[in-house]
Structures are given as C-alpha cells and as structure tokens.
Design a protein around this ligand. Structure first.
Ligand code: NAD
Ligand code: IPM
Ligand code: MN
Length: 360
C-alpha cells in the first residue's frame, strides 16, 4: 500500500538532518518494498520567508492530506526580531495544536556503545531506557491569558497561565499507562503539586485514573525539581515519565544527555487523527550549514513513523538495527566522538544506508 509523507525540513540543520532520513527511506523503498512517497512543505522561518507565515496555508493542507509528517527543526537568530506570532516557534506550536498532537513520546535509550560519550559515569547510565510522555498542546504553552502589558505605574509585566483540564490530564495519563504496560510497567508522574494548583489537580486526576483503570501499573509521583536531580543521580529508576508540556520539554533535553547527545533523541507526537515525527533538538544555528549535525535523532524519528503511522514495525526494526550496527562499527558524528574519528552528517546517513542495505 502506498503511503504519503509530508516532509517539513524547517530551519538551520533541519534540511541537513531530514535529507539523511530521506536517504534511509529511499533505501527502504528500493530494497525493502516500502512504498512511500513524500512532498516537501515549508514550516518555521522558511515558511515566513516564503509565505509570510511560519505555518503557511499550503503546509496546513499538505499535512492533512498525508499519512504522517516528518519535521526537522525550526528557529534561528534571523527571525528572533519578528513579532511573536510570526516567529518560527509559533509555527511549530500551531501545527501541533492544529493537528491535535497531544501526546509527545520522547524515548531516551542509552546505547552501550555510547556509554563513554555521555558526561555521566558509565555505571550510572548503562541500561537506561526512559520514555518521556510529554503533554504537547496545553499547559503554560497555550494557557490564556498571556502577554506583556503596561501597568498603571509605567512598569510592564509579562505573564502566562498554567492550566490543565480533567480531560487533558486523563488522555495523556492514559497514554503513559498504556505505554508502561508494554514496557516495565512503571509510571512516574512529574509535577509541582506542592506549589501549583494546576499540577496539584494533575496529580489528583492521574491518581484517580490509575485507581480506576490502571491499578496493575506501578505509579509514583515526583516533584519536578527532585526529578531533575534524580535523572542525573539514578536515571535507571525511571521507566515511563508523564508530565506537563513545559516540564517535559526541559526534562527530555536533560534526559538526552544520558544517551551522549541531544542528537540521539527522536520523538513522536500523536493525536487522534494525525501524527508528526521530529527530533527533540532544535535548529542548532551554531552548527547549521556545516554538515556536522547528528542525523540519528531524525532517522530514529522516521523509524517511529514507520512503526506508529505506516504500520511497518518490521522496517522500524531494520532502521534501528542499522543504527546499532553503525554505532558498533565505531561510526560517530562529532557530538559523540570522544575526541576520536568522526564522520559528517551525510557520512552518518550514508553509513546507516549501507548497514540497511546489508540487512536486505
Ligand atoms: P538546539 O537544540 O538547537 O541546540 C542546542 C545545542 O545542541 C547546540 O549546541 C547544538 O549545536 C546542539 N545540537 C542540537 N542538535 C544537534 C544535532 N542533531 N547534532 C549535534 N548537535 C546538536 O537548541 P537552542 O540552541 O536552544 O535553539 C536553537 C533554535 O532552535 C532556537 O530558535 C529554538 O527556538 C529552536 N528550537 C526548535 C526546536 C524544534 O524545532 N523542535 C527544538 C528546540 C529548539
Ligand atoms: C521542542 C522545542 C519547542 C518546544 C520550541 C521550539 C517551541 O523546544 O520541540 O522541544 O518548546 O516545545
Ligand atoms: Mn525543547
């Protein structure tokens, strides 16, 4: 069956890393009977440059006509002076909201071959396999009111609103419990219930849902400040983490360093009708255009797309195996190199394609 993918490279390293994922999909088409086509669209700063909108109408139509979306990254200094709604990041938030992508899965799995690439001790991180389930379309990112306003005394204030409704908490907690049942059956819900009412309520709803429907899953709760510390002290205690939009953003970047590099962490953003796949990292303006970004997070995001949207778990496994084999062969981009030899972004993509061909 033919499948169609909307490909949105975006800004900075976005095009470099997405090109490598597309090479991998080409090998799957040629040697593994994947029948995928794709069409590129604009998002982020590129969307603004081309169409005056970081989430242009043409892209809105394209993504809704496809089976899945593969996105690179958005943002960069060039667009920072723009009004907020025109900035690349606004485009990313709008596509997530427009497609209803409420569940963001960010797996942080430590590969044994990279134990020494992390800044943490090998014995602390060996065997780490964490799934961060981040709420993606609510919380402080979307709460109203928000803004920057002038006060009567001439001072200004910036403000945002953190809120969660029952249904929003239930649907993300459900996803976390269901994911846990397929893993080590443990969920840690992370909040700031000791200070913030919105997450006090989050804890209450998670606890009730657990008792009513998921009592077989081991549930714990942790305050976010402690969680940030525990992730470094003893990350092996975690299986599935479920948390709010902003805490999930921060903790997943932190968790990525357990694996050696933020360039290793893929993600899947899933809603009821649509799904989008993207690395957790950004557009890395500091290395953009230099062919040295790590494309593995994007290639592994494409693997998640094969598994969750294209019904090709068999091919997802092949891609993941090819990544393992390339790492076993000592292939590293500079972010993982530990001072040794390294390949370019396209060199890593080529190495994965070669390993994949060997698995055909
Ligand atoms: P970033 O993730 O882009 O970069 C942080 C650091 O990690 C940089 O030193 C960068 O070089 C490095 N890095 C990131 N990805 C890498 C990769 N694949 N290989 C090797 N090194 C990598 O975060 P930032 O610098 O805070 O943000 C830069 C821009 O990206 C901003 O405009 C921000 O808003 C945007 N951003 C976008 C997304 C997204 O599109 N999903 C995510 C995060 C940040
Ligand atoms: C991410 C990014 C985005 C977020 C930004 C760019 C809007 O950091 O995908 O993790 O905060 O969600
Ligand atoms: Mn982030």
């Amino acid at each position: 069956m033919s499948v169609k993918i909307a490909v949105l490279p975006g800004d900075g390293i976005g095009k470099e890393i997405v090109d490598e994922a597309l090479k991998v999909l080409e090998v799957l088409n040629r040697d593994f009977a994947l029948d995928a086509t794709w069409e590129e669209g604009d998002i982020g700063g590129v969307g603004y440059d081309v169409a005056g909108d970081p989430y242009p109408e043409a892209t809105q139509k394209l993504v809704k006509a496809c089976d899945a979306v593969l996105l690179g990254a958005v943002g960069g200094p060039k667009w920072e002076p723009l009004d907020k709604p025109l900035r690349p990041e606004a485009g990313l938030l709008r596509i997530r909201e427009d497609l209803g992508l409420f569940a963001n899965y960010r797996p942080a799995k430590v590969h044994d071959q990279l134990l020494n690439a992390s800044t943490l001790k090998p014995e602390v991180i060996s065997g780490v396999d964490i799934l961060v389930v981040r709420e993606l379309v609510s919380g402080i990112y979307f709460g109203q009111p928000r803004g920057i306003e002038e006060l009567p005394n001439g001072e200004k204030r910036g403000f945002n609103t953190l809120e969660y409704k029952t249904s929003e908490i239930q649907r993300i907690a459900r996803k976390a419990f269901e994911a846990a049942r397929l893993r080590s059956n443990k969920v840690c819900s992370i909040d700031k219930a000791n200070v913030l009412e919105s997450t006090e309520y989050w804890r209450e709803v998670v606890t009730e849902l657990h008792a009513a429907e998921y009592a077989d899953v081991e549930l714990s709760h942790m305050y976010v400040d402690n969680a940030a510390m525990q992730l470094i002290r003893n990350p092996k205690q975690f299986d599935v983490i479920v948390t709010t939009n902003m805490f999930g953003d921060i903790l997943s970047d932190e968790a990525s360093m357990l694996t050696g590099s933020i360039g290793m962490l893929p993600s899947a953003s899933i809603g009821v009708d649509y799904a989008m796949y993207e690395p957790i990292h950004g557009s890395a303006p500091d290395i953009a255009g230099q062919n040295k970004a790590n494309p593995l997070a994007t290639i592994l995001s494409a693997a998640m797309m094969l598994r969750f949207s294209l019904d090709r778990a068999d091919l997802a496994e092949k891609v993941e195996q090819a990544v393992e084999n390339a790492l076993n062969a000592g292939i590293r981009t500079i972010d993982l190199a530990e001072g040794g030899d390294f390949v370019s972004c396209s060199g890593m993509g080529d190495a994965i394609c070669k390993e994949l061909e060997a698995l055909a």
